[in-house]
Design a binder for this molecule. Structure first.
Ligand code: GUN
Length: 298
């Protein structure tokens, strides 16, 4: 049996960023508009700070305006909602991202629902969740959309394939299932209470792992030749005492049996930010009622 292909998320993301950068240039040169992305972080979680900084850096690189709001951990819910109201009303801001998780004293759902659905580049607002489920013009959550783009790059068609999504979060599992359904896959959402999880996974032509448990999915759970998308990012301490990142899939075992696998790091992760930029550009065009030629997203 030959080894699985490694799906190169960095290459997929670089290609998407290039496409977005071209469209941003077109917007600037022919429509005199610059897409603006506001990213809000409450608290001082170091991992979240790294994510937020790289979102802003990437936005600037593709020619967008980027607005950073770093708020202290003791920010009140009211203060955060007031900031969001201001961003909703600011015509220079086309996309708003509130980094999750929020501190426990803030009602996360209330905050998500405060963001203008047209500026909700995370696709978390119930209006966008509903539009995705009912076939409307949604802004779609970035990680699952990135996964789908990579899958389409690997496969001629997804039509009729068995897809299993392990994990039922609002950020990844549920929207991923909706996207796969829209592509005519037969979709199963599995989770920690699923009976015979290994057997369910073994049916999958497409297996998406989003459980948040290091190397949880084993090689013998994978159908020979399947495409395995690993959404997990887990920091573990190796036998040498060094910290390293691993996914939700046992990568070495998956390589022995799958047809293609995303690595961690360098798989799904880089695509998430590239799709965020895509969504910001789409949001800007829709708010400004601009149609770009050769752009099927808008
Ligand atoms: N925290 C972890 N993933 C995400 C994401 O995709 N968006 C936001 N806003 N926060 C996150």
């Amino acid at each position: 049996m030959t080894e699985a292909r490694i799906i190169d998320g960095n290459a997929n993301a670089a290609e998407l960023r290039d496409t977005v950068a071209g469209l941003v240039r077109e917007l600037r040169d022919f429509h005199h508009m610059v897409p603006g992305l506001a990213v809000v972080l409450v608290g001082d979680d170091p991992a979240s700070q790294v994510y937020v900084r790289s979102k802003n850096k990437r936005a600037t690189e593709v020619g967008m305006r980027s607005f950073e709001h770093f708020l202290p951990a003791d920010t009140t819910e009211h203060q955060l909602l007031t900031l969001i109201e201001g961003l909703n009303d600011d015509p220079a801001v086309h996309g708003i991202l509130i980094q999750l998780p929020l501190p426990r004293h803030i009602d996360q759902q209330k905050v998500i629902e405060a963001v203008d659905p047209e500026k909700d580049v995370d696709g978390f607002h119930p209006m966008n969740v509903g539009r995705l489920a009912t076939g409307g013009r949604a802004l779609v959550p970035c990680t699952p959309e990135g996964c789908l783009m990579m899958l389409k790059d690997q496969l001629v068609t997804l039509d009729g394939l068995d897809a299993v999504v392990v994990g039922r979060s609002n950020i990844v599992g549920k929207p991923m299932a909706q996207l796969l359904l829209r592509e005519n896959c037969t979709v199963t959402i599995a989770h920690s209470r699923t009976t015979d999880l290994a057997g369910v996974c073994r049916r999958a032509d497409i297996l998406v792992a989003a459980v948040g448990r290091p190397e949880f999915i084993r090689g013998e759970w994978i159908k020979p030749g399947a495409i395995v998308m690993d959404v997990g990012i887990n920091r573990v301490t190796g036998p040498d005492g060094k910290k390293r990142l691993v996914g939700d899939v046992n990568f070495a075992e998956a390589m022995e049996i799958a047809g293609a696998v995303t690595p961690v790091p360098g798989g799904v992760g880089p695509m998430t930010i590239a799709v965020l930029l895509r969504n910001t550009m789409v949001a800007c065009c829709r708010q400004s009622r601009v149609k770009l030629a050769r752009c099927e997203w808008i």
